[in-house]
Design a protein around this ligand. Structure first.
Ligand code: IPE
Ligand code: IPE
Ligand code: MG
Length: 242
């Protein structure tokens, strides 16, 4: 990565491939998830270090409940462990921890831990770490529409304002659109992640499995991002001049 590289403001990562990482090693899937948590920690620290302002990590989707019961409960146990072991890094780096998703379905003991971490890091001014948990892009949009209907019926929002104000009804409204979306493991799909905020994201797909994803892979993604011309509908000439 060249020194003058533009660091994307908001990076989203679909952390995929834990199961295949384990399978390749003839290990149970849970071992892949354990290894994946280590990657989460390393990548979070690295992202904060290089000056990324918002990092959104897809940890558990609204569709992941369909996995075998024992895998789901192991993932929730790992989430507990993760929160406990990550507090120190989050506080020492001044990271602000937030969650996107419907926490209603997350067990109470875990929800309390999450809310505690959100609370104690609330005033931090460093990177925002946005963990997408029981998150679905469609779920987020429907949740937003319901809030809009409430405000509209109370006369707090007019029809004409909806386009301008829609994003204020998303989870963690202060988080901007995603600049760079990374997906590991070779799958080339979105899997219901951040549908509103990826409208104009640069997409980067790598075959590297999430437990193997490292700083160099992250640098490669940012270097690739730096080669893109983000036109937002305009022409090259308008963006970079003649
Ligand atoms: C991503 O790894 C982690 C979660 C979705 C929770 P996977 O568990 O999806 O790994 P693969 O896709 O089976 O390899
Ligand atoms: C997407 O990965 C969700 C997370 C990374 C948490 P999946 O492995 O669940 O996605 P699909 O089902 O292969 O599309
Ligand atoms: Mg997967």
């Amino acid at each position: 990565m060249v020194k003058s590289a533009t660091i994307p403001t908001h990076v989203g990562i679909i952390m995929d491939g834990n199961g295949r990482w384990a399978k390749k090693r003839l290990l149970p899937r849970v071992m892949g998830h354990r290894e994946g948590v280590k990657t989460v920690k390393k990548i979070t620290e690295f992202a904060a270090k290089i000056g990324i302002r918002y990092l959104s990590l897809f940890a558990f989707s609204t569709e992941n409940w369909l996995r075998p019961q024992d895998e789901v409960s192991t993932l929730m146990d790992l989430l507990d462990e993760y929160i406990e072991s990550e507090v120190e890094l989050i506080l020492s780096q001044g990271i602000k921890f937030v969650v996107s998703g419907d926490l209603g379905r997350i067990r109470e003991s875990t929800r309390k831990k999450l809310n505690n971490l959100i609370e104690i890091s609330r005033n931090n001014s460093g990177m925002v770490l946005n963990l997408a948990l029981n998150y679905g892009g469609r779920d987020e949009l429907i949740h937003a529409v319901k809030l809009i209907i409430d405000d509209y019926s109370k006369g707090l929002l007019s029809k004409d304002d909806i386009e301008k104000k829609f994003s204020l009804y998303l989870y963690n409204a202060e988080i901007p659109d995603i600049d760079l979306l990374i997906r590991t493991s070779g799958e080339i799909r979105i899997s219901n992640f951040m549908l509103w905020r990826i409208a104009y994201s640069e997409l980067y797909f790598t075959k590297v499995l999430w437990p193997d994803f490292n700083e160099d892979n992250f640098r490669d993604a940012i270097a690739d991002y730096n080669k893109r011309i983000r036109r937002f509908g305009k022409t090259d000439e308008q963006i970079i001049g003649k």
